[in-house]
Structures are given as C-alpha cells and as structure tokens.
Design a binder for this molecule. Structure first.
Ligand code: ATP
Ligand code: MG
Length: 566
C-alpha cells in the first residue's frame, strides 16, 4: 500500500466480492448501482470483526462510487439498547466512514413487514402455529430426516388472519403462537422447513415503545429491509450462506421489477488470544473481568481506540487480511504490527523510565542542568529535535543494571561503561543498598569528553540506555497490557469455560514512572514512542496533574519476525 495516500482515502484490495460485483455490473444488473449496508444489532459494542465488515461494506461502495447505509437490526428488543446504538455510530464514524442521512432501523419497517406477512397469509404462504418452540423444533426433523407438518399448517386464510391479528393485538402470551412461512417441510435445507416469521414478545422496544408485542425474526426482516432500501449487494458472514435460499424466497415474494439484492458471504474474522462474540464480551464486562467495553485489553473498537490504535491502522489491517470464503484465525501479532507500522511514522519519540533506578553521576556538578539535543522522529526529518534536561541525578531502567551479570549481559554493571542516549558515556563505580540488601542507587562517573554520546577516542561501549533526569521530569502512571487470554483459542475446549483461560497478568499498573518534561502538556489520545519500550498513548482518565499512559504495543514486532522467517 502506498505510504502517500491522503488521510481520508480508503484503499481496498480487490477481492472475490469485487469480482462478483464486476460481473453484475457487466450484466447491467440494478442499473449499474452499487449500494451496500452495514447491519449491526445494537446488543453490544462493535469489535474488530465488525471493523472488517465496516471496511468491506463502506470500502466496496466507495470503490464503485456507490453508497452504504447504516442499518440497525433491532428486531430483538430484549437485548438491545440505545447505549449500543450511540456507540456503534461513534465507532463507524471514528473509523472514517459516513452514511450521511442513510441511518435506518429494522424497526422503521415493522409496519411494512406486518403488511408483507398479511400478504403471505393471503397467498397461502404463511400460517399461525399454536405449538410451542420445543414441539416445532422437534417436528422440523434433521438434515437427513424430513420434517413433519404441523397440525395447524392447513388452517384457512381467514383463521390465520384472525389469529395473527390477535397475536398483534396482544391476545396471547409470549410463546403461545408464532407465524410461520409455509415452504417445504422436506427441504434438504432446514431453514426452508416452515421458518418462524414472527414471535410474541411482550417487551417494549427502544424505538417503537409499546406499539408492538410481536417482532419479526432476523431472517424475515433482513432481506426485506435490503430490498426496500435498494441495497444491491448484501455482504454478510459465512454462517448466513445456508440462509440464502430463504433470503431469496422472501425477495421472490416481494419483487416487482428486475432489481434484487444479492447476498454474498465471506469468512468472519477470528483473532488469536481473544474472543470475538458480543455475547462473550458482554459477559466479560457484566461480570467485571475487564473494566468496561472500552478496557484497552478488549478487542472492541472503543477498547482499541483507548489503547491507542488509530483508524488508519485498523483500516490497513482490514485490508491486509483480505476477504475470503474460508474460515480462519488471524494472528493477533498482525494487528499489533499494523499499529506499530502506523505509529512508527507519526509518534513523537521521548525517553521514559517505567521501572526506575536512581543513578548519581558523582563527578557531575550538583546545580547544573544541561539541555541535550534529541531527535523527535528519525522516520520524519521534518519533526526536528528537542531539548532533554540532563542532571547529576538520573533514573535508568532497573532491568538495565545487573550487579553480577551473566556473560551475555552488555548493559550496566559494576565497572562497565555504557552510553546514555544522546548524552554521555558513564561508568558504574558503586552500588548503594539498603539494610535489606536491595539496590537503592548507583554511583557512576561520566566522561565530559563524550558529550552527545560520542566516543572521545574511538573506545566502544556495548549498550545505549535511555534515561530521565531525576530532578526535572514528569511523574506518570503507566499501564502495561498483555493478551487477555493465555491460549490462542480460549474457546477450543468445548466443555471448558473460556474464563479459565484469562491471563491474570493482562494488566500491570506502574504508578511511579518518570518521563522527560516534553510530555507535560500531553492530552488524551496523544501517542509517543518511549525509546526502547514501545508506543504509549495517553488514557482518557489522564489529567495534567496525573498523567496516565497506556502501552499501545511494545516495540518488538513478532509479526515481522514471523514474516522474515517465511
Ligand atoms: P457477534 O457474534 O459478535 O455478536 P454478530 O454477527 O451477531 O456478531 P451483528 O451486529 O449482527 O453481530 O453484525 C453486524 C455485521 O458485522 C454483520 O454483517 C456480521 O456479519 C458482521 N460481523 C460480525 N462479526 C464479524 C466478524 N468476526 N468478522 C467479520 N464480520 C463480522
Ligand atoms: Mg447477530
């Protein structure tokens, strides 16, 4: 992908769906229109899997100069809420897509769906069944055994109209009756064996209030909404492939011109080390296993946003993984790679010490502060340089020192000389400990001739350490995140509980970190690279008096390492 694309332009790799669209256009279908829709059910927050679908639907329409509708599939009021509607809107917008005034709801069509149901009854293609869900399911048979007809299948049109009207008027209780299509109880496709169209649910709806107590099934609503909106390509995930004959059957009953929406299925996105179903994500939130939908460990769009992911990185990821017909699982390292690639280009570099160990430069004057030049972003020469204060007392990373180092440890240890990034060569002369033998500080000497970190006489050091002044810095809280689960597929154990595989160390809070003064005015969503440690983004809860950084991603790119080996 070109690095020079303008921010707003969305690129989409050609995929099999585009080939199908090309064929449709060549055949002159639908007057050459391309119109897609993204149809979330407002029963949870969107996750990265939805992002794939969003990028595909909106990206495809853009590619063909077409349109995309945002349509809420709100046919099950018992699970839906306006909080979810609002979050979905925000997430789609944040990803960089617009739907103008084309925001629709399946509930906008409840009247028309009802009229359509009456039409089917009049045509002898639908009937009211008095049996309960269990009996209906039993009679439906199995893929190898045909179903048996309901004893109510051949009711008269008049009786059906009367019963269905009374269902709508609230004369019956939940589960007492359903409306079914009359198609084919022997069809090899189970979905064609007289599927349920309407069920009674005496639950107020977040948009229609108490108007309805019967609600259409998803299958009875979806294709018809597509049809009424003039959708040409109804892109959905593979599990709906077996629903397609039913989708088409409904359209056949509705259609009065050459136009018809075409359902096309693609493989849903699965990612390692996480779960991707709203039901399971809701459980994590409700039971307090995470701190809300936007917990930076969640695979939700709002979680990724809080963690520091950019819309560009998610769009690039969606494009790179491509679109196929085969279910698979993507390595989460690939998602991490995409944000690393993006932040590498744009993130300001700073030095921050997250596990501090004090260093006193004993031969450095006490009351002096030197301003040391540091490069803001080596990837972007225009980003320039900044000054970093260097003082007699500094912090380095505790991990960068070992009193008794093994052979391959090249960082600081007694008697060893290292470079402090951009500043000086220093040599460790003393290790100071408390009464319990814990190291409290190091004493070092510096070589004034090595200013800028340059060797004065050609002598070499084996390590360059980052550092922060102990007297001129910004104290901050840093949150380190690890994978939410300890296993690639937390659902692999069918009899197990995915919660048993949660990573107890997925969040580590470091309350006492020191960052160079440059970050003083950082605001939520600002991202930085802490040299050697990774990319960090300011959390929403951060205030200038108490800065909080989320580690978006460490620097080590395991995905690039995998690719290099290939
Ligand atoms: P979940 O199983 O997570 O609840 P869903 O399919 O029930 O997801 P919807 O709100 O119905 O969620 O989905 C809206 C759109 O997003 C649908 O077109 C659906 O096919 C698509 N979608 C959902 N999950 C994924 C995924 N993991 N990968 C790609 N597309 C997805
Ligand atoms: Mg769904």
């Amino acid at each position: 992908m070109s690095e020079n694309i303008p921010e707003k332009e969305i690129t989409v790799k050609k995929n099999f769906i585009h080939q199908l669209i090309d064929e449709d256009l060549k055949e002159g279908k639908n007057d050459g229109r391309v119109h897609t829709r993204f149809p979330p059910e407002p029963n949870g927050y969107l996750h990265i899997g939805h992002a794939k679908s969003i990028c595909l639907n909106f990206g495809t329409a853009q590619k063909y100069g077409g349109l995309t509708n945002l349509r809420f599939d709100d046919t099950n009021p018992s699970k839906e809420d306006t909080e979810y509607v609002d979050s979905i809107r925000e997430d789609v917008k944040w990803l960089g897509f617009t739907w103008d005034d084309r925001e629709y709801y399946a509930s906008d069509y409840f009247d028309r769906l009802y009229v359509f149901a009456i039409q089917l009854i009049r045509e002898g293609k639908a009937y009211v069944d008095d049996q309960n869900a269990e009996v209906i399911s039993e009679q439906r048979g199995t893929p190898t055994r045909p179903g048996t007809a309901s004893p109510f299948r051949n009711r008269s049109v008049e009786e059906n109209i009367d019963l269905f009207t009374r269902m709508k008027d609230g004369d019956f209780n939940d589960g007492e009756r359903v409306l079914r299509a009359k198609i084919d109880m022997a069809s090899p496709n189970m979905h064609m064996r007289d599927p349920v169209l309407y069920r009674i649910m005496k639950v107020p709806h977040h948009r229609t209030g108490d108007k309805w107590c019967i609600y259409p099934m998803y299958d009875f609503a979806h294709g018809q909404c597509d049809y009424w909106e003039g959708i040409t390509h109804s892109i959905c995930t593979l599990e709906f492939e077996v629903h397609r004959p039913l989708y088409d059957w409904f359209i056949d009953q509705l259609k009065n011109s050459d136009y018809r929406p075409r359902q096309i299925e693609f493989a849903r996105l699965n990612l390692t080390y996480t779960v991707m179903s709203k039901r399971l994500l809701l459980k994590l939130v409700k039971e307090g296993h995470v701190n809300g939908w936007d917990d930076p460990r969640m695979p939700t769009i709002c979680g990724l946003r809080r963690r520091g992911y950019t819309p560009e990185s998610i769009r690039n990821f969606a494009d790179k993984i491509g679109v196929t017909k085969v279910d698979g699982t993507i390595d989460i390292a690939m998602l991490e790679h995409s944000i690393r690639e993006d932040l590498n280009k744009r993130a300001q570099r700073v030095m921050g010490v997250i596990n501090p160990l004090k260093v006193v430069i004993t031969n450095y004057p006490a009351a002096t502060t030197e301003e040391i030049d540091a490069i803001n972003n080596p990837e972007n020469p225009d980003a320039g340089t900044r000054k970093v204060p260097f003082t007699r007392e500094l912090f380095i990373e505790r991990d960068d020192f070992m009193e008794n180092p093994p052979k391959k440890f090249f960082r600081l240890s007694p008697g060893v000389e290292v470079r402090l990034r951009y500043a000086y060569f220093v040599r460790c002369t003393d290790v100071v400990k408390d009464a319990n033998g814990n190291i409290t500080e190091l004493h070092c000497t510096y070589d004034p001739a090595s200013r800028g970190g340059n060797s004065p006489d050609g002598r070499k050091v084996k390590a360059t350490l980052h550092w922060v002044s102990a007297t001129d810095n910004v104290k901050a809280e840093v949150r380190l995140y690890d994978r939410l689960f300890t296993t690639e597929d937390p659902l692999a154990d069918k009899d197990g509980n995915f919660l048993d595989y949660m990573n107890p160390d997925s969040l580590k809070t470091l309350p006492e970190c020191y960052i160079e003064p440059f970050v003083k005015n950082a605001r939520p969503k600002d991202s930085f690279q802490f040299e050697r440690l990774g990319y960090f983004t300011i959390d929403y809860d951060s205030v200038p008096e108490h800065l909080i950084f989320n580690r978006t991603v460490p620097l080590k790119d395991t995905w690039a390492a995998i690719k290099d080996k290939e």
